[in-house]
Design a protein around this ligand. Sequence first.
Ligand code: IMO
Ligand code: MG
Length: 401
Amino acid sequence: VVGLQWGDEGKGKVVDYTSGSFDAVARFNGGSNAGHTIVLGRRTYRFHLIPSGIIKGKKLLVGAGVALDPVILSQELRLLGRQGFRADLMVDGRCTLVSPAEKEMDGFLEGLKEGVALGTTKMGVGPAYAIRALRLSPRPVDLLSGRFDFSRLRRVHRQLTRRAPDLEGWARLSRRLLRGRVGDTSAAVSEINERGGSVLFEGAQGTMLDLQFGTYPFVTSSPSVASYASAGLGVPARDVGDVLGVVKAYTTRVGAGPFPTEFTGPLERKLREEGREYGATTGRPRRIGWLDLVALRYAVRLNGARQLALMKLDILARSKELNVCVAYKDGHGQSSNYYDFIGNVDRVKPVYEKLPSLYGAEFGGRVPTAAARLIELIESETGARVKLLSYGDERSRTLEL
Ligand code: IMO
Ligand code: MG
């Protein structure tokens, strides 16, 4: 399950909804920059690192591709424990770790970008992956062995932020928090697979935030396309099955960066309030725009998503107007191929198709005509099939097509 936009598409609900028939749910990318919200009855559960399969009591795996903050993980486990959820969780011994030093560096680096800051979640995820690429950080297995030499890492942090973080103190605490939970998640997936079981791979962020393929440099710091499930978990590519892409019926984005279909005004405020479009990690108001089929076609192809989950139709139905972007144009011309504008997505103008609005539509058990028209357009433009419709937070407010 992967996001096809700029994150917050509703992956948490889709994972919760579809995980029933799976033996385990595994995260493969990102870290506590992600924010997953699941609503059950009157209760809302919010978490960042723990795979969304926890609500259904699934076995949980956090793969090597994840940036893991042990302190946040244990806070989440404790909070969910108090709400009655027992986590059967294994984190991979080869994860990238996030310490308070990387969190501090995240804020520090954002400060350097004066005016052109990315608007990161300041969870230290980007700096942690960067330090990992420099081969300076310990992995969970290194914390457990207790043989890691922090002196080079401390020097780098001191040079960059003029502070000397207490890395040994953090390492002691993290060792305690992770003990008994570290293992080989790649082997765990393979064992489940060999006995004929199945694992749901849960992506964080969205394709347009992918480090390579997204709206660089306004992207996150790890890959978020489906193919990374294989690399991030240590699972052979041929063992990764079908891809379900999650797409919101309109678009949101938190943080800075190109957003061709963004709009402002009363409808922006209405959709934000009714859709509660505030970041689950930072509380920041999300920017709002129309569905962008140029970006969606690109994302569907990159992920090989044959199936789509279309989310938040109930919120779109609060609007008396419905526009869908079918092409971009700039001074040189018009195209529906995203790559044609890859260097100047910040300057393009969207070309809209006006559709009959979903205003006031009722979803109880069947697809309203206006929604059927929207689904037709999405399917014909992307070649993927809309398999799941969501028209409310609740599990029950879902239609399978
Ligand atoms: P979920 O899993 C929405 C955005 C941040 C920022 C950029 C870089 O909930 O869909 P980072 O902290 O990753 O270095 O910030 O990426 N971002 C997200 N936006 N949903 C997410 O995750 C996000 N994770 C990162 O807002 O613009
Ligand atoms: Mg989110």
